[in-house]
Design a protein around this ligand. Structure first.
Ligand code: PLP
Length: 390
C-alpha cells in the first residue's frame, strides 16, 4: 500500500521512460489494477457474490487478461464486446449481454456462443430474441432488466434508472411482460437485472436500489416465479478529486451494504457488473505541452491530447486531476486545453500548476475508465498508444 500512496510520485519517477514515448499516451499501472481486483474479489467473496467486469469501461487486452486472472466474468453491451470477451478467454457461461438496441447479428452471434444470459430491456426485444433463438433451435437464458425508478444522484448523462431514461422495463409494464414470456417458448427467465447509473458516490443510492429490488422480488414471488439470479449492475464511483487518497474504492462498504439490505431467497445468486471502480484509477493520460498562450484572465496550456483521447470533461463536464510531471516552479493558473476545434475541448479551467512550459509532461489522472474506449478519430487524429507499467 506504500506504493499505492505514491501513484503520482511513481509517474514522476517514470518520467524518463515516459519521455521515450510519443504523446499523447495512455499509461496503465497494472500493479494498482491487480491490487484493486484483489480487494474487490476479497470483499465480494465474503458473501459469495459474482462480479462481472463491464468491458465498456476499458476493453484493452492486457486489462482483460487481469480481469480473467482475477476470476471475473464479462458484462457486455455490444456484440463486439461479447466477441472481445470470448476471444480473450472468458468462458461463454460467464458472459452476459445487456443493451437497449441489440441488433439481429449481435444476438445471433451471442446465441451461437451460448452466453450465460441476455439482459433484455423491452418486450419487443423479447419477441425478436425468441424468434432468433427458435430459428437456431435454442433456448436463450434471459434476465429482465427492470427500470427501478431510483435516482442515482449522478450526472444526467450517466443516470440510467429513472423512468424517463431509455433503459430497462418499467414497473407498470412487468405484468404484460410476464404474460408475454409465457407465450415465448425459446426464452428461459433466470433472473432480474438492474443498473441505475455510473459514478455513484452516495452509497445510500444503492440502499434505495436494494429496497426496490426487494419489492420486485416480492412481486415475482406473488406471481409464483422463481428467480435464480439477481443482478444489481455496477455504478460504484471513484474519487476523481483526490485520487491518491482513495486509489482503491471502498468495496468493503459497497458489498457490505448489499449484504445488509438485499433480501435473498434460498439459493439465489447475486451478480454485480463493475466497470469504472475497477479500472479508472489505474489509467493516466500523459500529454505534452505544445504551447502556452496568454488569455484575457488566465493563460492557456495547450496540450497535444484532447477530447479525442479523453472526452469525459467535454461530454459530462467531469473533473480530472491534472498535474505537471516535469516542473516544480511556483504555481500559476492555467486553462488546460486540447488542440481540437471545439471550445468544449478543455480538460480543466483555472487549474493551479507549477509554471508550465512547452515540452512539459502533463498527467491527467483517473483516465482508465471511459477514456481510451471512447477515443475518436475526429480531426483525423491518430489513435494514441498505451503502455503498461507493472
Ligand atoms: C456501463 C454498465 C455497467 C458498468 O458501470 P460502471 O459505472 O462502470 O460500474 C454495468 N452494467 C451495465 C448494464 C452497464 O451498461
Amino acid at each position: 500500500m506504500e506504493f499505492l500512496k505514491g501513484e503520482i510520485s511513481m509517474l514522476k519517477a517514470s518520467v524518463q521512460e515516459l519521455q521515450q514515448h510519443a504523446t499523447p499516451l495512455y499509461v496503465y499501472n497494472l500493479d494498482l489494477l491487480r491490487q484493486t481486483l484483489q480487494k474487490a474479489k476479497q470483499e465480494a467473496n465474503k458473501y459469495n457474490y459474482h462480479v462481472h467486469y463491464a468491458l465498456k469501461a476499458n476493453a484493452n487486452e492486457p486489462i482483460l487478461a487481469e480481469m480473467l486472472q482475477a476470476g471475473l466474468g464479462a458484462d457486455c453491451v455490444s456484440g463486439n464486446e461479447v466477441k472481445r470477451a470470448i476471444e480473450n478467454g472468458f468462458k461463454p457461461e460467464n458472459v452476459v449481454f445487456a443493451g437497449v438496441g441489440k441488433s439481429d447479428s449481435e444476438i445471433n452471434y451471442a446465441l451461437d456462443q451460448d452466453i450465460f444470459c441476455f439482459n433484455c430491456e423491452s418486450s419487443h426485444e423479447l419477441i425478436v430474441l425468441n424468434e432468433l433463438a427458435e430459428q437456431k433451435n435454442k433456448k436463450a437464458r434471459i434476465a429482465l432488466r427492470i427500470n427501478p425508478n431510483v435516482n442515482a444522484n449522478t450526472h444526467k448523462y450517466i443516470t440510467t434508472g429513472l423512468e424517463e431514461n431509455k433503459f430497462g422495463i418499467n414497473a407498470w409494464e412487468l405484468q404484460d411482460v410476464v404474460a408475454l414470456l409465457k407465450t415465448l417458448p425459446n426464452l428461459e427467465l433466470i433472473g432480474i437485472h438492474f443498473h441505475i447509473g455510473s459514478q455513484i458516490t452516495d452509497l445510500s443510492v444503492f440502499k434505495n436500489l436494494c429496497t426496490r429490488v426487494n419489492e420486485f422480488q416480492e412481486w415475482f414471488v406473488a406471481q409464483n416465479i422463481q428467480l435464480e439470479h439477481i443482478n444489481v449492475g455496477g455504478g460504484l464511483g471513484v474519487d476523481y478529486y483526490n485520487p491518491e487518497q482513495q486509489l482503491i474504492p471502498d468495496f468493503e462498504a459497497y458489498f457490505g451494504l448489499f449484504n445488509q439490505f438485499l433480501e435473498l431467497r434460498p439459493g439465489q445468486q447475486v451478480h454485480f457488473e463493475l466497470g469504472r471502480s475497477l479500472v479508472a484509477q489505474c489509467g493516466t493520460l500523459v500529454s505534452k505541452v505544445l504551447y502556452i498562450k496568454k488569455g484575457m484572465t488566465t493563460n492557456f496550456a495547450i496540450l497535444d491530447a484532447g477530447m479525442t483521447e479523453l472526452i469525459r470533461p467535454a461530454l459530462y463536464q467531469s473533473y480530472h486531476k491534472i498535474e505537471n510531471l516535469t516542473s516544480e516552479a511556483a504555481e500559476e493558473r492555467y486553462d488546460v486545453v486540447g488542440p481540437i476545434c471545439e471550445s468544449s475541448d478543455c480538460f480543466g479551467k483555472a487549474v493551479m500548476l507549477p509554471e508550465t512550459n512547452r515540452g512539459d509532461l502533463i498527467a491527467i489522472h483517473t483516465a482508465g475508465a471511459y477514456g481510451e474506449v471512447m477515443a475518436s478519430g475526429y480531426n483525423l487524429r491518430e489513435k494514441a498508444t498505451a503502455i503498461y507499467l507493472n
